[in-house]
Design a protein around this ligand. Structure first.
Ligand code: ZN
Length: 141
């Protein structure tokens, strides 16, 4: 099961690339600021609370049909995209949809843009970054 924290990270990352959240009634939501210093912005937290208060029912990220509610079930997990290393939904049971959430972004992956991130506020984060850099370095060998 994708944990709430993972789903939250997933949203935060895609919001930073300008992906909107589509609600059941067709309303689109995109917080203008996601990260504030070493934490999530108030605007993003409020948006997240709104999503959680309805268990993510019927709302999904633009360009992807998986609802947040589905992501919070055991059928899904969230992992790094093979193409762009962004957090993406992965189906645990059944057939994985071929398209990554990133596939409808023309200029993505784009190494010229600052990569979306989570608020950096602990050692774990640093270790993650280190691990990533290490894998990258190994790939280039
Ligand atoms: Zn991707």
């Amino acid at each position: 099961m994708a944990s709430a924290t993972k789903v939250k990270t997933y949203l935060a990352h895609w919001f930073q690339l300008g992906k909107k959240l589509i609600w059941r009634d067709g309303t689109e939501l995109l917080p203008t600021k996601i990260i504030e210093g070493d934490r999530y912005s108030k605007e993003f937290e409020e948006c997240w609370q709104k999503i959680i208060s309805i268990n993510g029912k019927g709302c999904h990220l633009e360009g992807n049909t998986v609802t947040i509610e589905e992501l919070l079930t055991s059928a899904w997990s969230i992992d790094d995209c093979a193409v762009c290393s962004m957090p993406v939904p992965l189906v645990k049971v059944g057939i994985q949809p071929l398209d990554c959430v990133c596939s409808d972004l023309d200029n993505w992956p784009n190494s010229d843009l600052p990569a979306p991130r989570s608020p950096v506020n602990n050692r774990m984060q640093l270790n993650n970054i280190n691990a990533r850099l290490k894998t990258k370095a190994e790939k280039h060998r």
